[in-house]
Design a protein around this ligand. Sequence first.
Ligand code: ADP
Ligand code: MG
Length: 237
Amino acid sequence: KRKRGEEELSSLIKRVEELDLKTAVKNFADLPLSEPTANGLSASHFKVLTDIQSRAIPHALKGRDILGAAKTGSGKTLAFLIPVLENLYRKQWTEYDGLGALILSPTRELAIQIFEVLRKVGRYHAFSAGLVIGGKSLREEQDRLGRMNILVCTPGRMLQHLDQTAMFETHNLQLLVMDEADRILDMGFQKTIDAILDHLPKERQTMLFSATQTKKVSDLARLSLTEPEYVAVHESA
Ligand code: ADP
Ligand code: MG
């Protein structure tokens, strides 16, 4: 059984390496995805990729940094959640490896929405996932934080923990997502994001998504991304 699992994993890794970036992928079934993710997607009735998903996910699966711009409603959540799940899965991330992915969202409401999609699509994975948006006592959140593999959080609350929660380790972090980066910056979180970045390992995969392309977003991209794949989906007239 174990042998078979190892063979499946190495075949998945090989399929990701061999994934051709020049041909557009239409269906999730055509992507090199783990069984838990593939099953989570079909159980949630997701079948065909949206434009931003089809352009961002293949690069992100290969570990590239992503700078993604597409309007609200275009499916950006799965564009980063699928690579988060897959890249941790292929690294055989377990509870003992600690925090593997951090997803930053501007507001509590949006963080909750992302978390709900993660719970749905990621339901067959064994990862632990938490929502860190304040509202509970810092102490209560602190106790759970150390055991989480994936966290969805608001910037202010995340920085509070990074500064104050001694047990909270980020040295193993593999992926950082900044969703709605334009809104994060419009809400005045620039310094908070800078301080969070200071706490994180430099060697990591970063995905930055926004609905609009602003000067502030490209400044943040310059500071936080390494040779990103630039993915912008515009409405055709
Ligand atoms: P954005 O973050 O770009 O505003 P969301 O990720 O919130 O967009 O997705 C918008 C809506 O589209 C959601 O209701 C989501 O369930 C749906 N959706 C996302 N991807 C797909 C897909 N591949 N197929 C069908 N519906 C999708
Ligand atoms: Mg969104």
